[in-house]
Design a protein. Structure first.
Length: 582
């Protein structure tokens, strides 16, 4: 019906123009006389000329805008190549602000803007732009590969926003699309991403089925897929306590990063390597890996990753008892004007205990991020819930709200399924948690002890039992477990924890700790008092603790330490510990 009406209108217009020509009227308006030798009147002719000029002007303007968009996009690409992410963001935003931008240009620019934002100081803004690009890609079946890539990228962005659990449906959608289009490479990538997310969420029993979906990776040409696969293998091996396999997978991934241009991937490989080394009892390796990650993020100005890596490095230093050095990295992280949900969590996890230890209430106030607890539980990751809950519990106890601390520790225990890296959660439950929660916390440590490479778990269990015995006022048992914890933590070089265990001991027990005499080769260079101080340093004692044990002033201990370092030609306490262990 609509077509017949249009045909009638066209026929009527044609008859009208024919009658107008027959009587010498304008072929367009059919009212005025046409100019001599022409079919239109002067008015319609001028109108047509004006319309043509306007269309040409619009075309020129569109072409000029196109050139501007291309120039802005290229400028953004160059800025991103040089890791100037804030400049790249500005260029892409200007390009996207163009009126009537074609959908294919809008999707491409939105994707680039999202990626630049993900490595900037405001990564929480990236999801919006990834989402806009994703809508356009999902509407075009020819761009299914782009849709899968963006689904996986958006899932990673949700991890940064502490919404890890919300990323699982996106990965599942990516798996369906890659399977529907029979794309083997994308299928592997989606499955590997799912494995890594399930590991983070503690859903380890579901992981093997996704490993089974991936065929042998030896022939895979995509570097990023091979790296992600090795990260997943390392994660699984570390959880099982298989240090050899975990380290081998990490080393292989590190080797492949030399060919990878994804700097976020490169930095996270070193970070994961450090986490596995820490859990498996090699803190020196963990420290070296974190230093490498920090170097990469700083050299390439990777936005929020710089303060994040400062804090993860500080966490290692705290375990090693190097609180003053860790404190400097905490202050460094606080100097950045970066906003990211994941940062709020780690500021709480690292910053609150360190600020309490240093007795710095100003820094403590800066590290208290009230939203962090909600974010940690929202993420669904036990590795976030445990440390954040422990930090807040210590804060509540310091504020005198022990009941509130116990409730929080109880809530966290319902989420945490395995103890690494939530060692402090179990220890804090022993210190001030509910008595009814102690068996659950002990079971987490004992489960890890049943696996290989369990030295950290054994040391933590010794400290755990010492704290439980202290709460029940069993002095002999407290002393026995605390002495074992001091020895075990010192062997691991977790000197910060060794000091916690040492504080549970009476002065007599501290002086009787069985530590070998490591000063034999130093005797010609050191006085008797200096040798005595070196012995106490080896046991993990701080200057203040040494002063208390020897009944001298802390300033005197500091003077002796200066003399010892000058005599041995070293500059730090850390170097002294290295000399003692040679």
């Amino acid at each position: 019906m609509a077509k017949s009406n249009a045909e009638r209108v066209q026929k009527c217009a044609a008859r009208r123009r024919a009658r107008a020509r027959a009587i010498g009227l304008c072929n367009r308006c059919c009212k005025e006389k046409s100019r001599l030798g022409r079919t239109t009147c002067s008015t319609c002719n001028a109108s047509a000329i004006e319309r043509v000029q306007r269309l040409r002007k619009q075309k020129r303007h569109k072409e000029e805008l196109g050139q501007i968009i291309i120039a802005q996009e290229r400028a953004g690409d160059r800025a991103q190549e040089h890791h100037l992410y804030e400049d790249a963001i500005q260029c892409y935003q200007q390009a996207l602000s163009t009126v009537n931008l074609a959908p294919e240009h809008r999707s491409r620019l939105s994707e680039k803007l999202g990626y630049a934002l993900s490595l900037s100081n405001h990564p929480d803004r990236a999801s919006h732009w990834f989402g806009r690009a994703l809508k356009l890609y999902l509407s075009d079946s020819k761009k299914y590969a782009k849709a899968v890539e963006l689904l996986l990228q958006n899932a990673m962005q949700l991890y940064v926003e502490s919404k890890t659990e919300a990323g699982v449906p996106l990965i599942a959608q990516a798996r369906r699309i890659s399977k529907d289009f029979d794309d083997d490479s994308l299928w592997k990538k989606a499955n590997i991403t799912m494995i890594n997310f399930l590991h983070l969420l503690g859903r380890h029993d579901e992981v093997e089925s996704f490993f089974d979906c991936i065929e042998h990776m030896q022939g895979e040409n995509d570097i990023s897929i091979r790296i992600s696969y090795l990260k997943a293998v390392a994660f699984r091996a570390a959880l099982r306590g298989n240090a050899i396999e975990a380290y081998k997978a990490c080393e292989s991934a590190i080797h492949l990063t030399e060919e990878d241009e994804d700097l976020f991937q490169v930095a996270t490989v070193w970070h994961r390597y450090a986490e596995h080394a820490m859990a498996l009892g090699n803190i020196e390796l963990a420290k070296a890996c974190q230093e490498r990650a920090l170097l990469i993020t700083r050299e390439n100005r990777l936005g929020w990753l710089v303060p994040f890596t400062c804090l993860t490095y500080a966490e290692v230093l705290i375990k090693m008892g190097q609180f003053h050095v860790a404190y400097r990295y905490l202050l460094d992280a606080l100097s950045y004007t970066t906003q990211a949900p994941v940062l709020d969590e780690i500021f709480v996890e690292v910053g609150i205990p360190l600020a309490l230890h240093m007795n710095d209430e100003v820094v403590l106030t800066k590290c208290i991020r009230p939203s962090a607890m909600h974010l940690a539980f929202q993420s669904g990751e036990h590795a976030r819930v445990g440390p954040v809950a422990t930090a807040f519990a210590r804060l509540y106890a310091w504020q005198g709200h022990k009941h509130k601390a116990r409730e929080l520790l109880h809530r966290a225990l319902q989420v945490v399924r395995i103890v690494p890296p939530s060692w402090d959660l179990a220890i804090e439950v022993a210190r001030l948690g509910s008595i009814s929660d102690i068996p659950h916390a002990r079971a987490l440590l004992e489960a890890r002890i049943m696996l290989p490479s369990a030295d950290v778990a054994r040391a933590c269990l010794s400290l755990f039992e010492a704290l439980v015995a202290q709460r029940h006022k069993r002095a002999t048992e407290t002393c026995t477990h605390a002495m074992a914890a001091v020895e075990q933590f010192n062997a691991l070089r977790w000197h910060g924890y060794a000091e916690v265990a040492r504080r549970l001991l009476p002065a007599l027990a501290t002086s009787e700790l069985q530590v070998p005499n490591e000063t034999g080769s130093m005797q010609p260079a050191l006085t008797a008092r200096e040798q005595q101080i070196v012995q106490l340093v080896f046991r993990g004692l701080t200057n203040r603790a040494i002063a208390e044990a020897l009944a001298i002033k802390e300033r005197t201990v500091e003077a002796h330490m200066t003399s010892i370092m000058n005599a041995l030609g070293i500059r730090s306490r850390h170097q002294l510990m290295d000399v003692l262990r040679k």
